[in-house]
Design a protein around this ligand. Structure first.
Ligand code: CA
Length: 68
C-alpha cells in the first residue's frame, strides 16, 4: 500500500520535473492502459504496440518526447 502511494507521488513529481526519477523508463509512470496491454498481450488502443514504448532510454533521457 505504501509502495503504491510512493509510486503515485513519484509519478506526480516525474511529470512536474519531466525526469524519470525512478528510472523505470517512463516519465509519470507507464500508465494503466499499457499495463493492461502487457498483461493481456492485446493491443487495445491499436497503436501497434503492446504496452508503451519507454519515455527514456538506458544511457540517457529523452525529455522532449514525454507526450504530456
Ligand atoms: Ca519513472
Amino acid at each position: 500500500m505504501i509502495t503504491i502511494f510512493r509510486s503515485i507521488i513519484n509519478n506526480q513529481i516525474e511529470k512536474a520535473e519531466g525526469t524519470d526519477l525512478n528510472r523505470d523508463g517512463y516519465i509519470g509512470g507507464e500508465g494503466t492502459e499499457s499495463k493492461i496491454e502487457n498483461a493481456t498481450h492485446i493491443d487495445f488502443n491499436r497503436d501497434g504496440i503492446i504496452g508503451r514504448t519507454p519515455d527514456t532510454y538506458p544511457g540517457g533521457s529523452n525529455p522532449g518526447s514525454g507526450g504530456y
